[in-house]
Write a protein of this length. Structure first.
Ligand SMILES: Nc1ncnc2c1ncn2[C@@H]1O[C@H](COP(=O)(O)OP(=O)(O)OP(=O)(O)O)[C@@H](O)[C@H]1O
Ligand SMILES: [Mg+2]
Length: 263
């Protein structure tokens, strides 16, 4: 859940109530090979601080590998990665990741699981209050004292999101965070994620298999194919958006055609 990049650290200030500034990203010629398998073959990408970017593409095209490299969980075999501030200067972001499975500690309460997201600050004064605020943001305050085993799948994933949010990250990556949820829970989680992003202002990079989810949430959708960016599509509609709107449906079919190789 918590990743440490050479350029990523958990803030060690005693009170991290303050939000970290949104971090932008600049990738230049990023490559990754596993032996002879060239998974990423030269990714050039700039992401604006505070924007919401979705990454889609067929299974095995390198989406998770790219996220893992951004989080420092994997090292690229070529190219450069820079996190930048509003004026383009290189910064060390407060970056967090949410995975498809919530990865909660079963022997800790919901609140304690969220406190874990504070890392080195987890024992500090005010950490419970911060965790409660994060639980409130995901509408789960009333479950603070419960065990994870007593929660539904959607609620567990909201705890995982709260754990990622508790340190007020400037950069949040999400690797199919809603992939295991039923369709209705998924829609309400998409609304929640969109709201939290608008309220907190971090930069979001979401990997998803769901093209409708990508166009509902993102300002920009990147299609990966065989380790390269095949398409980079803007979604120029204001947030919050309605599910199933006609304008979004057009962008969705353009993206589906790109994934399926029809353009
Ligand atoms: N640690 C690893 N060692 C060797 N090969 C790996 C490793 N991690 C990923 N790969 C390979 O890299 C390629 C891309 O994997 P990745 O997990 O990034 O795909 P993905 O786009 O996230 O797929 P999915 O949509 O199924 O999650 C695959 O061919 C995979 O076998
Ligand atoms: Mg993956």
């Amino acid at each position: 859940m918590v990743a440490l990049h050479s350029s990523i650290r958990i803030s060690d200030t005693p009170h991290s109530f303050q939000a970290s500034p949104a971090a932008g990203l600049r990738l230049t010629g990023v490559e990754k090979s596993f032996g002879a398998n060239r998974v990423l073959r030269g990714i050039d990408l700039e992401i604006e601080p505070g924007s919401f970017v979705a990454i889609i593409g067929k299974s095995g095209c390198g989406k998770s590998t790219l996220l893992r490299i951004l989080m420092g969980l994997e090292e690229q075999t070529g190219g450069h990665i820079d996190f930048v501030d509003q004026s383009g200067r290189a910064i060390e972001p407060n970056a967090r990741i949410v995975f498809q499975e919530p990865r909660l500690l079963p022997w800790r309460t919901v609140l304690e699981n969220v406190v874990v997201g504070l890392g080195a600050n987890s024992g500090s004064e005010g950490s419970d209050l911060q965790a409660l605020q994060a639980l409130k943001a995901v509408q789960l305050s009333e479950k603070a004292g419960d065990w994870p085993s007593r929660l539904s799948g959607g609620q567990r994933q909201r705890v995982a999101l709260a754990r990622a949010l508790v340190s007020h990250p400037g950069f949040l990556t999400l690797d199919e965070p809603l992939g295991a949820l039923d369709a209705l829970t998924r829609i309400s989680m998409q609304q929640l994620l969109g709201r939290v992003w608008r309220e907190q202002g971090f930069t979001a990079v979401l990997v998803t298999h769901d093209v409708a989810e990508a166009v509902y949430l993102a300002d920009r959708v990147i299609v990966l194919e065989e380790g390269r960016i095949k398409k980079d599509v803007r979604v120029p509609h204001p947030h919050p958006r309605g599910h199933g709107s006609r304008d979004l449906a057009e962008i969705e079919s353009e993206l589906l055609a790109a994934i399926l190789g029809r353009n």
